[in-house]
Design a protein around this ligand. Structure first.
Ligand code: ZN
Length: 457
């Protein structure tokens, strides 16, 4: 029987997963900065770590899953100013939209979702510890910086050395810093910006310090898994290591995991190319019942360390694959019961997932199992298909309802009844039917010649 191995970005190797405390796992994932809707690339990252957490739980571990919310940041202040909206109104609204997106993608709710503005105290304490250890200094402009040259391990995650980094530094050296690589821990208050009192004077925290302070509060100085998008390795995660290990003197994270990029067709998704798609607009274009799981499948069926591509065709293909799986479960109602891990399909599925979350192989096993269910009509195998799907957050909807999608009424029958009512001059009944269909998201279009067509709203 296989055991879980995880590719650790820190060592660039697959390592057996040995949790700090047997039977438990602490997981911290860098969450959203709440100034705008998440894009599909962010949705990939959050879906990947949802899959990781679900699989850790499926292997029997008791997981504490922490994902933070960055609710103080330059982007948030700029957006609030541009919209003429109070910062809190913007962040509350964006958090609510993020939660809706997560629910549609079938993401489990993290056990804790610390918000930066509620952890200012622990951040100030952490900066004070760094200052007392000679790793932080107060600059002439009132900001507090981390002194990178005083932390010997700097660069170990992203495998960069300080001299190369300095040589590549193109931005003008800010006069306040001792070294161009030093990064801000505490920003002195400026007029019109939110500020909190502290021993360093009024101000607000830098971005990096929040994850070090909140992960230590929620999971301890050392914890098992830290995840995030590929692009966070440098400088964000490098800086987290410097802060956390600098302060505690202990190893910070045992396994670093990073989810690769999502490309839009042939291109990188970027604001400058104007090809950024929010998860929300993709979901809005899909069936309200099927769309969330459909997008989730597109985001997860490639391996998390490989770049994946988003196109409409691939999204449609994911929808077809999912409908095929649900059709098998509708035709052969699954038997209830725990997964039989001695079955060859279950064993191969588990081996794939234990091999650094090899979802391409895991989904291939599910599709083979679907064919076998269709061939044998075995409720036990259908139960196995549903049970394996559950371990990674798929195939848990009621098959018939899923396959009918957002249309819950018999549109053709109601249109025929409405036409009969009109012929009988029962206009009240005809109107009532139109309203019933409207409530179900169906818009009627009466065409010349008494033909009625319909479409989804
Ligand atoms: Zn972070």
């Amino acid at each position: 029987m296989s055991t879980l191995a995880i590719h650790n970005t820190l060592t660039r190797r697959k390592e057996p997963f040995v949790p700090l405390v047997p039977g438990r796992a602490g997981v911290y994932v860098c969450g959203p900065t709440v100034y705008d809707y998440i894009h599909v690339g962010n949705a990939r990252t959050f879906s990947v770590f949802d899959l990781v957490v679900r699989w850790l739980r499926a292997t029997g571990l008791e997981v504490t899953y922490v994902r933070n919310v960055t609710d103080v940041d330059d982007k948030i202040m700029d957006r609030a100013r541009a919209r003429g909206e109070p910062i809190e109104a913007l962040t509350e609204r964006t958090v609510a939209a993020f939660e809706e997106d997560c629910a549609r993608l079938l993401l489990v709710k993290p056990d804790r979702e610390p918000r930066a503005t509620r952890y200012i105290g622990p951040m100030v304490e952490l900066i004070s510890v760094l200052e007392s250890k000679g790793l932080a200094y107060r600059a002439a402009n009132g900001d507090v910086y981390f002194s990178v040259r005083d932390f010997p391990g700097y660069g170990k995650l992203s495998r960069r050395n300080l001299d190369d980094l300095r040589a590549g530094e193109r931005v003008a050296i800010e006069a306040a810093k001792h070294d161009p690589l030093d990064f801000v821990l505490w920003k002195a208050a400026k007029p019109g910006e939110p500020a909190w009192p502290s021993v360093f004077g009024d101000g607000r925290p830098g971005w990096h310090i929040e994850c070090s302070a909140m992960s230590a509060r929620e999971l301890g100085a050392t914890f098992d898994i830290h995840g995030g998008g590929w692009d966070l390795q440098f400088p964000h995660h490098e800086n987290e290591i410097a802060q956390s290990e600098g302060a505690s003197g202990q190893p910070f994270v045992r396994y670093w995991m990073h989810a690769a990029f999502l490309n839009m067709g042939e291109e990188k998704m970027s604001k400058s190319l104007g090809n950024v798609a929010t998860a929300r607009e993709v979901l809005a274009s899909l069936d309200p019942v099927q769309g969330g799981e459909q997008l989730r499948l597109l985001l997860l069926r490639g391996h998390y360390r490989s770049e994946i591509t988003y196109t409409r065709e691939l999204l449609d293909d994911a929808g077809n694959a999912l409908r095929g799986l649900y059709t098998a479960l509708r035709e052969t109602p699954p038997a209830d019961g725990p997964v039989d891990w001695t079955s060859p399909w279950a064993a191969r599925f588990r081996d794939a997932m234990n091999d650094d979350f090899d979802t391409p192989v895991a989904f291939a096993v599910l599709h083979e199992l679907r064919a076998e269910v269709n061939r044998t009509r075995s409720p036990a195998l259908a139960g196995l298909l549903k049970g394996l799907g559950a371990t990674i957050g798929f195939l848990q909807q009621e098959p018939d309802a899923f396959l009918k999608g957002g249309v819950t009424v018999d549109v053709a029958a109601l249109i025929a009844e409405r036409q009969a009512a009109k012929r009988a001059k029962d206009y009240a009944r005809a109107d009532a039917i139109r309203q019933e269909l409207d409530a179900a998201g169906i818009v009627l279009e009466d065409k010349p010649g008494g033909v009625t067509e319909w479409r989804k709203k």
